[in-house]
Design a protein around this ligand. Structure first.
Ligand code: AMP
Length: 431
């Protein structure tokens, strides 16, 4: 058997590929990316790209040493049998904040809105919507702690979803407070769980000392049962006055803009640098436990990476999950269209001339040509297979009169176009 791609990865394939059910249609992927780009650029977000691999230390500090991502899911980069302490990036935020600090982007007007898209890598258990190489669209707004920036970030996610044509999306909104609020909450959680430590999973017993909030995030059914039994109070009950006011302001903006959301007290991001607003977008087609995307405010991240205080907020969509949601809702999108013109010579003598006309035509539109002389019926068939709008023929008769025979394939209408006027003909019909 020929070699296969690694587990948990996908190929992005051209339209019409026979094995599309198991892979990604590149044009669908591009549709999601282009939609996000349109929405984000209209909001003043500028594109940024950072390396696919970074110092392991950056990811450890940026994602958190107690997370599953850092503890179990890192891809280490080896070269010449050695490794330089690099890992493939599991998410985009740490790299972007590093680039912001390293390149002095603090000098640009705040909030600085940045966006990117690209592959992320996590060595996860592979299942539907859970891959080892997946792709995110990321948005980050740096340099402002204003709740209006939070609300705008959430609105942008909602707008991407709306522009994609998805209807079954729910926004779950929460707040994880300020550091002092979380300290109080963690103390409360320790009191709750310590008498029942023996019933916790090994991971959660470990979290009890390191970071009790992460117990609430546990995937273990036993842990979740215990949380229910103990009627553990939510983080929202522990918000201080400042965080409470911030949370209320975010909600008021979203209501004013008619962005529907549910308050979800279960949203926890147990990392030290997360502050206040946290949210997730969910969709039934992706599975109850898996989010389409999520985001949060991370005012403490910059100092965690050794920089000065820089408030920030960001989100990420999983593109593969957006594709699952689009598929579940049966949303159709324009497939990549064919060429405007497919040009064929009717005898070998005119192949070079026809190709030359096509090359020139490409200055105004997408034009393809036949590499061999074709009979008219075959030229039309080929043009249709490529989903061209027009087929053009150049034989001795046309060449003698300095024209092309051009057929509009949908209507069957035929006309002659002077060779010198071909680009005008194309320009008038190009989008
Ligand atoms: P996170 O960085 O964990 O908050 O993830 C943000 C989004 O990325 C999630 O909501 C998913 O849509 C997507 N995502 C995260 N991990 C995976 C994965 N292993 N496979 C596919 N998508 C993922």
């Amino acid at each position: 058997m020929a070699l296969q791609r690694p587990k948990g990865t996908q190929d992005h394939l051209p339209d019409g590929s026979p094995k599309l059910s198991r892979d990604v249609q590149a044009s669908a992927f591009a549709y999601v990316q282009d939609t996000a780009r349109r929405v984000l650029e209209r909001a003043g977000a500028q594109f940024i790209a950072t390396p696919l691999f970074e110092e392991a230390e950056l990811v450890r500090r940026g994602v958190g040493g107690s997370t599953d991502i850092v503890r179990k899911e890192m891809f280490t980069v080896y070269y010449f049998g050695d490794h330089g302490g690099y890992v493939l990036r599991p998410e985009g935020t740490a790299g972007i904040v590093r680039a912001y600090l390293q390149n002095g982007l603090k000098q640009l007007p705040a909030p600085l809105k940045l966006w990117t898209h690209g592959p992320m890598f996590r060595a996860e258990n592979v299942q539907k919507g859970r891959l080892r190489q997946f792709h995110q669209v990321d948005y980050e707004a740096l340099g402002s702690a204003d709740p209006l920036v939070d609300a705008e970030a959430i609105w942008l996610m909602w707008e991407v979803v709306r522009e994609l044509g998805l209807t079954g999306v729910r926004v779950k909104l929460g707040s994880i407070g300020d550091p002092a609020d979380r300290e109080a909450y963690n103390a409360y959680l320790r009191d709750c769980f310590t008498p029942h430590a023996a019933r916790l999973s090994d991971d959660s017993r470990d979290r009890l000392t390191r970071n009790p909030m992460r117990i609430l995030d546990s995937k273990s059914a036993g842990d979740q049962a215990l949380i229910g039994e103990l009627q553990v109070k939510p983080m929202l009950d522990f918000l201080g006055e400042a965080a409470r006011a911030h949370f209320a302001a975010v909600q008021a903006y979203l209501r004013a803009w008619n962005v529907p959301f549910d308050i979800d007290p279960a949203i926890v991001r147990g990392l030290d640098y997360y502050r206040r607003t946290a949210w997730e977008l969910h969709h039934q087609g992706v599975g109850a436990k898996s989010a389409l995307g999520g985001g949060g405010r991370y005012d403490g991240l910059s100092t965690q990476l050794g920089g000065p205080e820089v408030p920030g907020i960001g989100w990420a969509f999983g593109i593969e999950r957006l594709l699952l949601a689009l598929e579940a809702e049966g949303v159709t999108f324009p497939e990549a269209s064919g060429p405007l013109l497919f040009l064929a010579a009717l005898d070998e003598e005119h192949v070079a001339r026809a190709a030359g006309l096509a090359l020139e035509g490409r200055r105004v539109a997408r034009v393809e040509f036949a590499y061999r002389a074709l009979k008219p019926a075959n030229a039309f068939k080929e043009a249709e297979r490529r989903r061209a709008r027009y087929a053009g023929l150049l034989g001795s008769e046309e060449a003698a009169r300095g024209v092309l025979t051009i057929k509009h394939l949908a209507s069957g209408e035929q006309q002659e176009v002077p060779l010198a006027a071909l680009n005008t003909f194309l320009a008038e019909r190009a989008l």
